[in-house]
Design a protein around this ligand. Sequence first.
Ligand code: ATP
Length: 335
Amino acid sequence: DGVALTPQQDLGDQDVETTLRPRKLSEFVGQARVREQLELVLHGALKRGEQPDHVLFSGPPGLGKTSLSMIMATELGASIRVTSGPALERPGDLAAMLSNLAEGDVLFIDEIHRIARPAEEMLYLAMEDYRVDIVVGKGPGATSIPLELAPFTLVGATTRSGALTGPLRDRFGFTAHMEFYSATELELVVRRSAGILGVDLRDDGATEIARRSRGTPRIANRLLRRVRDFAEVRADGVVDREVARAALAVYDVDEMGLDRLDRAVLAALVKSFHGGPVGVSTLAVAVGEEPSTVEEVCEPYLVRAGMIARTPRGRVATVAAWQHVGLTPPQHAPG
Ligand code: ATP
């Protein structure tokens, strides 16, 4: 099913993702720039004996934001507490979380752009002064009790840094932009995972899987597992190029690694809107998806792959997109 091949995490992934998660910075493939910047932030603070600045990771799903946060905690010799924006609906939930932190801990908030406003406001003071004000009672008799917190480092992850409010964004000392991985980097990811899972993966098999993983380690690992199933059931267990190609055909992953939603978006853009320009929400309605999914999950890779161009008037199909859909591009299509 195409759904299982989207970059978002699904429940079946959790155990195996834990197994395949890189534990140390040296095991973390790619993102050289982010790694270098992060190392300076962490080691600078460690050298001064200070608590490192709060860090924001932004980028599409499955690129390693959670993994990198856990590695950060390990590098700092600290514990990590994990929560998410949607889980912090009431400020009390956040206050409980914050007051349980030990000195030096890392607090990881996934999907931080989805945090409710009252909790977000509590976070401002916590990030700035390691303090929260707990409001007791209601109306004119309400009082606020200040509560000291242990110094901690907040790590936020978001697929939409643009959706963060200014005051929240300003309180992060460092924002790391995660990029899609190159095919060469994904080959390393797939080889490492094959080693852990005991899969007999040949060089040409690794290349084929990496090439079709949409620049995303989570997808690379997922494709590896699907190809392994195929190799064990329909072949002799060895994953080479031919086995990988046959398996990926069964799972409807195309030559470029685009999944069903990517292809639906391209087809709608080209066929229903004659290549655009069209707004992202109109496009989302045409494929029956949430605008946020099209914008945060689907579009970034299509832009990076040179299939969609963003213009002030909307999204436009490039020559490559027309060709991918199997149609002749019109004169005006961007290259
Ligand atoms: P989401 O925001 O959707 O939770 P994420 O960006 O936090 O995604 P992770 O959960 O960190 O992504 O990564 C998904 C999986 O991809 C990890 O379990 C790990 O197996 C693999 N992975 C991610 N980045 C790397 C990397 N740089 N090197 C090796 N494996 C990686």
